[in-house]
Design a protein around this ligand. Sequence first.
Ligand code: NAI
Length: 305
Amino acid sequence: MAQIDYDGRVAIVTGAGGGLGRSHALLLASRGAKVVVNDLGGSRDGSGGGSVMADAVVAEIVDAGGEAVANYDGVHTWEGGQAIVGSAIDAFGRVDVIINNAGILRDTSFAKLEEPQLDLVLKVHLYGAFHVARAAWPHLKDQGYGRIINTTSGSGLYGNFGQSNYSAGKMGQVGLTRTLAIEGAKYGITANVIAPIAKSRMTEDVMPPALLDRLEPEYVSPLVAYLGSEACTQTGRIYSVGGGYMARVAILEGEGATFDRVPSPDEVADAWDRIEQVGPGSAEFTQGVMEQTGKIVQALGISLE
Ligand code: NAI
C-alpha cells in the first residue's frame, strides 16, 4: 500500500479551527506536516472572531506529538493572505501545501440579497482562495513544488436555492483552480478542488441526523491528504467527496451542431436536440445538490426512513 507522508512539508489550512479544516489539519500533522492552523474564529455568518478555535486545534496537534502554529488573520483581505503565508515562513521557513477551506454562509433568496451578503461571502470564499494562493505562489514557484487544494461546493457546481452568493464564490474557485493548474504545471505546482459534504456547524441544521452521523469530516480529509502529497501529481480536477464516497466531477461538452453561416433563430430551434445532446457515455449529469447528496446516500446504502 502507498505510504503518504508529509515529512519536511509545511501546510497552511485556512478555516482550520473546526469542521473540515480541523480534520484536514490533524490528518496532515499526523503524517508529519508542520501546519499553520488559520482561523478567524468567527461565527457561521462571519461575524465576531477570536483566537480560541485555532489555538484549540494547535493544542490538539501538539498534544499528539505534531508541530503547528496558529494564525488568526482573515483570508478575506489581501493583507490577511500575506500574513497567513508569513506565519508559515516565520515559523517553519517554507510553505508547500495550501488548503483553502475557510468559509461562511449568508444565505438569502436572490430577491432579498443585499450588499453585505454578497460582499463578505465572495470575499471569504473567492477572494480568500486568491489571497492565500497568491501570497504563497512566489514561494511555490521558486522551490518548484506546491500543492493547492481549494474547496468548492455542490451549491457552486449545481446551484442551490438561497445561495447565489455562495454558489458564485464557490464556482469561482473552480475557475481559479483550473487556471492555477495550467500556470503551475511547469513549476511542479498542482491545483485541485473538492466539493465536500460533511457534518459541521454549516450543515448540522440542514441535513437529517441519519445522514449527518455518517458524514464526519474525517471522511473527506484522506482525499485532501492524498491530493496534497508528493505522491499525487493529478491537477486541475474537481472531486465530490463525503462519507467515504469519492468521485471525479467533470465539465462535459457535447458534439453540438455546427452552422457554416450565421444561422437564423429558427434554425437554432430546429437544431436544439443536437445542441442539447451530451454523450452517450457512462457519466451522468448530476442535477443538483440534493442529487449529489443522494448519490452519496445511495453509495453508502444509508436509509433515511
Ligand atoms: P465550518 O464553519 O466549521 O468551517 C469554516 C471555518 O472557516 C470556520 O472555523 C470559520 O471560523 C473559518 N472562517 C470563516 N471566515 C474566515 C476568514 N475570513 N478567515 C479565516 N477563517 C475563516 O464549516 P465546514 O463545513 O467545515 O466548511 C469548510 C469548507 O467546506 C467551507 O469552505 C465550506 O463552504 C465548504 N463546504 C462544506 C460543506 C459541508 O457539507 N460541510 C459542503 C460544501 C462545501
